[in-house]
Ligand binder design. Structure first.
Ligand code: ZN
Ligand code: ZN
Ligand code: ZN
Length: 358
């Protein structure tokens, strides 16, 4: 918490305001069972101890989760004004970074109390807050990645042809849980033309022999995320399917090999994009190359043009180039990669060649 407060001060902010969500969980260990209209607000300043404005009925849970003494509790009671309780913890003309997911009514309540105060999103000002993982976090990321890999190892053995996408998606969810995930966030099964839509989840299309099928799945294990994609072919692929798959594989590999401390996030995107563009499919690579992952499955840093910040050891993010041929098929290959002292290390290690399924 002190490091976060210092980072905020170094960025010219008077403090950091955190409402329930992944940042609060990461900073304090506290995650309210239900996020409600009642204000819960962690106030971090580098010139004061951490303070948590909390509904009095939530106080026992907050105290036991955050650990005695780590945070000064400022409990408020129903029937009193929580924003009046929070206001003395802030500077009247201060500038604060506030959680992206803070409810508008809470921000409006603070602004009403302190009309001269200013607020910016945490992602805008401190996007790398949770980006660097410590050893314990990395161990959980690795376990989640291994469970996703085990899921892929099993899914290629199930029948595809003649079943609906939703049936294969259900298999993916069941396997992720069997291999230890407590939460499944997404199970994309994009068969044939559906694979050309990167955010197609799974529908009632029946998978046919000859289909390419994009599989993209992940969730949380021990609280940390997995996210991996492979594209398989039901039976024999055409030569164009093989060609497109090979281009994506080469783009993913080249981007992975570019990872090292100090390289800008956008450079990883450029490296992957260059391979695909030179092969003639640049217009069909319609999304950024990757995203950070940790307590959530999509978060900063983003591997995208314009993100000039460097990657540093301990960061974890996806490398997931793709080619999407509208009306026909798509290919995406995705691994989570962490940054070591001198290079990248994959947390997903299943075969990146074109796997044939039945
Ligand atoms: Zn996505
Ligand atoms: Zn994914
Ligand atoms: Zn992803």
């Amino acid at each position: 918490m002190q490091a976060a407060a210092q980072a905020a001060a170094a960025d010219g902010l008077d403090g950091l305001l955190v409402t329930p969500g992944p940042d609060l969980l990461w900073l304090t260990g506290y995650q309210p069972t239900a996020i409600t209209e009642r204000l819960t607000l962690l106030v971090l300043r580098d010139d004061a101890d951490p303070q948590l404005v909390v509904p009095i009925l939530e106080l026992p849970d907050a105290e036991s989760a955050a650990g005695a003494g780590a945070v000064t509790m400022r409990a408020w009671r129903d029937g009193t004004d929580p924003y009046a309780a929070a206001a003395p913890l802030l500077r009247a003309e201060g500038t604060y970074a506030i959680s992206d997911s803070a409810w508008a009514m809470h921000l409006l309540g603070l602004q009403n109390q302190l009309p001269e105060s200013r607020y910016m999103s945490v992602t805008q000002r401190l996007p790398m807050l949770r980006a660097v993982k410590d050893t314990k976090e990395l161990a959980r990321m690795e376990a989640a990645g291994a469970a996703a890999d085990a899921t892929f190892g099993e899914i290629v053995e199930v029948p595809f042809a003649g079943r609906k996408e939703t049936d294969v998606a259900a298999d993916l969810a069941r396997l992720l849980r069997e291999f230890g995930h407590e939460q499944v966030d997404f199970t994309v099964v994009g068969s044939g033309p559906n694979g050309a839509n990167p955010h197609h989840e799974a529908g009632d299309r029946t998978i046919l022999p000859g289909d390419m099928v994009v599989l993209d799945f992940g969730g949380l294990m021990y609280g940390y995320g997995s996210d991996t994609s492979r594209t398989v072919c039901v039976g024999e692929p055409t030569s164009q399917m093989r060609e497109v798959h090979e281009i994506v594989r080469a783009a993913q590999q080249t981007a992975f090999e570019a990872v090292r401390p100090g390289i800008a996030c956008q450079e990883i995107d450029r490296v992957a994009r260059r391979v695909i563009t030179e092969a003639g499919y640049g217009d069909q690579f319609i999304h950024r190359t990757g995203h950070g992952i940790g307590l959530t499955t999509h978060e900063p840093p983003y591997m995208v043009e314009g993100e000039e910040r460097p990657v540093v050891p301990g960061m974890c993010f996806s490398i997931e180039p793709g080619i999407y041929l509208a009306g026909r098929f798509g290919v995406r290959i995705e691994d989570i990669v962490t940054v070591t002292e001198d290079r990248g290390r994959r947390l997903n290690n299943t075969d990146r060649g074109l796997t044939i399924v039945e």
